[in-house]
Design a binder for this molecule. Structure first.
Ligand SMILES: NC(=O)c1ccc[n+]([C@@H]2O[C@H](COP(=O)([O-])OP(=O)(O)OC[C@H]3O[C@@H](n4cnc5c(N)ncnc54)[C@H](OP(=O)(O)O)[C@@H]3O)[C@@H](O)[C@H]2O)c1
Length: 369
């Protein structure tokens, strides 16, 4: 069967590869689930793997199948799978357990290992193919009512984890009742963070450089949040106007935002960092002021990567709530479909060149029925 793959370490090596059809009995203990892939979202990670910035092929292969944002339908289950059945819509998680204590308790997103096992990224083939098989432990059921937007569950899970980390940390405050949040970044992650924070009842200001109106700014406003261009109002001034911020959720990958966020954060606030900055930029920052502000303001900054099954399940709940409170909003993120695996060149072109794209995704065919 066909798969979109790269040769890790070789820039712009995206191509169509051939993989054997997977079988349910490849997974031990009768817990295998065979899934027909319906849609796969792509993001900056796929672009960076194709640019050979990182990525590793599975043992025994010289190529890596891309794709970590899956959506599919169960075709067959092993004899010991009770919680999933043929016909169910599903999304698979990305990271698989390594060896640390965190991996052993089902939280591989918190691994202390330095080797990552991630489908479509590192040492495991991804989902940009026709079928995949995996252990039921890593496959999350999605209600049929979310079939049109289920491909957004993986990025939603990243946001759910970041926000959950913030709330978990803030239990230190005993009576924390966050009211105002800033999200910096209005790409898929920033938009989904805006949604998740609005669903928790917060007033949200979402910032990015581009001046409105754009689809991104319209989507922010459709949630009852405020879109702010940092060219018109930098984060520090936005904090004066719309803060103090109890939470700042960073989703840019621009390291300068980290230090601006540290300063703009309110007393007892929490700064959640999710952007991935692969470069080597340095920045001159007002270190004394940041240190003083952090200490006297009892502030916290936390990094958050990936997500485990728990956050995928929270994501399903929030997506269902979003469909009822903001019907049609999630589908508006799915801006650029690519039909069929053979159109991989168009997929990577949209990902690298199309500035108006919010979510590029590959459509692999209609519902398997
Ligand atoms: N932690 C994780 O597990 C995880 C998972 C997936 C992705 N990520 C990372 O999360 C980040 C966001 O992902 P995404 O898919 O939403 O990315 P994206 O589509 O590239 O969006 C980035 C957003 O940040 C804004 N931005 C960039 N530089 C800025 C700056 N200096 N000040 C203000 N806004 C700025 C951009 O808008 P303007 O151009 O208008 O400013 C855009 O809205 C990326 O770094 C990605 O690699 C992390």
């Amino acid at each position: 069967m066909k798969a979109i793959a790269v040769y890790p370490g070789k820039p712009n090596s995206i191509h169509l590869a051939d993989l054997p059809m997977p079988r349910v009995d490849e997974i031990p203990n009768g817990r295998g689930v065979l899934v027909k892939v319906l849609r796969v979202g792509v993001d900056g990670t796929d672009k960076e793997i194709n640019a050979a910035e990182y990525g590793a092929a599975p043992p025994g292969y010289d190529f890596l199948t891309l794709g970590h944002e899956s959506f599919g339908r169960v075709v067959e289950v092993g004899p010991n799978v009770r919680d999933l059945a043929p016909g169910d819509y599903v999304v698979a998680t990305v990271r698989r357990p390594g060896h640390s204590i965190y991996d052993l308790i089902g939280t591989s997103d918190m691994t202390t290992d330095t080797t990552y096992y991630e489908r479509g990224i590192s040492l495991l083939h991804g989902y940009l193919t026709e079928y995949y098989v995996d252990d039921a432990e890593f496959i999350v059921k999605v209600p049929a009512t979310l079939q049109g937007v289920g491909v957004l569950l993986e990025p939603t899970s990243v946001v759910e984890k970041g926000i959950e980390q913030a709330y978990e940390i803030q239990r230190r405050l005993k009576v924390w009742r966050p009211q105002r949040a800033a999200v910096v970044g209005a790409g898929p992650l920033g938009l989904l963070a805006t949604l998740a924070l609005r669903l928790r009842g917060l007033q949200v200001a979402t910032l990015a450089r581009t001046e409105p109106p754009t689809l991104n700014s319209e989507l922010v406003q459709a949630l009852g949040a405020r879109y702010v261009s940092t060219r018109q109002l930098p984060l520090a001034q936005a904090a004066q106007a719309y803060g103090p911020f109890d939470i700042i959720f960073e989703a840019t990958g621009a390291s300068s935002v980290v230090f601006e966020g540290m300063q703009a954060l309110g007393h007892n606030g929490v700064l959640v960092l999710t952007g991935i900055s692969g470069g080597k930029r340095t920045a001159e920052v007002p270190g004394d002021q940041i240190l003083m502000g952090f200490v006297l303001g009892n502030k916290v900054a936390v990094g958050s990567v990936n997500a485990n099954r728990t956050y995928f399940e929270r994501g399903v709940q929030d997506m269902a709530l979003a469909e009822s409170l903001y019907p049609g909003w999630l589908a508006r993120l799915l801006t650029h479909p690519v039909r069929g695996l053979e159109n991989y060149a168009e997929m990577i072109r949209l990902l690298t060149e199309e500035k108006s794209a919010i979510k590029v995704y590959v459509e692999l065919g209609r519902d398997a029925g």
